[in-house]
Design a protein around this ligand. Structure first.
Ligand SMILES: C[S@@+](CC[C@H](N)C(=O)[O-])C[C@H]1O[C@@H](n2cnc3c(N)ncnc32)[C@H](O)[C@@H]1O
Length: 203
């Protein structure tokens, strides 16, 4: 088993939801840029708070994650909310995301080593259906000096400039770096340096 999977399985083995059960604030704000209905893939979705919220909004949602323990909790959350949810236990470093398939792809705090992230983002561009949207929030390298959450390696953080390069083929609709107060479970708490992005695959 990979070190990363062991780390995430250990975190999700605790009874509480590590990032809470409410959706990410930026995803909520970006709701209007999602299609009225359709299929959404959530990357690195862990315990499923964003995926379950999207399913409650009426989308057909699939959540992919390295951690089967996190995804088991995602299924519990979906079951409690009485919504369907597809879970895909897989490593994003080499899994097939499909071609022209998803009406939207959502990436919330999905921090990977940069060479894997670049490959994932190339696959995101190919996997979005024409007209589909990509919504992302992540920590920037400036977060390294804070203790409010996120990876401790700058290589795993993202900047607006790097995302623009990596998402060649999408039209960047909105992209900004900002400091915001994040209150999500016990691991994301306090003022944070983040990048937020909404991009669309040309129809
Ligand atoms: C900070 S958590 C965010 C979880 C969720 N998106 C949320 O906002 O609550 C990062 C997630 O990425 C997943 N992850 C890390 N490396 C991965 C990989 N190589 N393949 C798939 N998932 C991965 C972890 O298991 C973890 O659930």
């Amino acid at each position: 088993m990979s070190d990363a999977r062991t780390m995430w399985d250990d975190r999700y083995a605790a009874p509480q939801f590590a990032y809470g059960t409410e959706p990410n604030d930026f995803l909520r704000e970006a709701r209007m840029y999602l299609p009225a209905s359709g299929s959404i893939l959530c990357l690195g979705e862990g315990e499923g708070r964003n995926a379950v919220w999207l399913a409650k909004e009426g989308f057909d949602v699939s959540a992919i994650d390295l951690s089967p323990i996190g995804l088991a909790k995602a299924r519990m959350l979906a079951s409690a909310a009485k919504v369907p949810l597809h879970t895909i236990p897989a490593d994003l470093s080499d899994c097939d995301l499909g071609q022209n398939r998803w009406d939207a792809i959502v990436s919330i705090w999905c921090h990977l080593p940069s060479h894997i992230r670049q490959s994932v983002h190339r696959r995101v561009v190919a996997a979005l259906a024409p007209g589909g949207s990509f919504i992302l929030e992540a920590y920037t390298p400036g977060q390294i000096h804070r203790n409010s959450g996120g990876p401790k390696s700058p290589d795993m953080c993202m900047s607006a400039a790097a995302l623009a390069r990596e998402l060649d083929g999408l039209r960047i609709f909105a992209s900004r770096e900002l400091t915001r107060d994040v209150q999500e479970g016990i691991f994301h708490q306090g003022p944070s340096e983040v990048v937020q992005l909404i991009a669309v695959k040309p129809a």
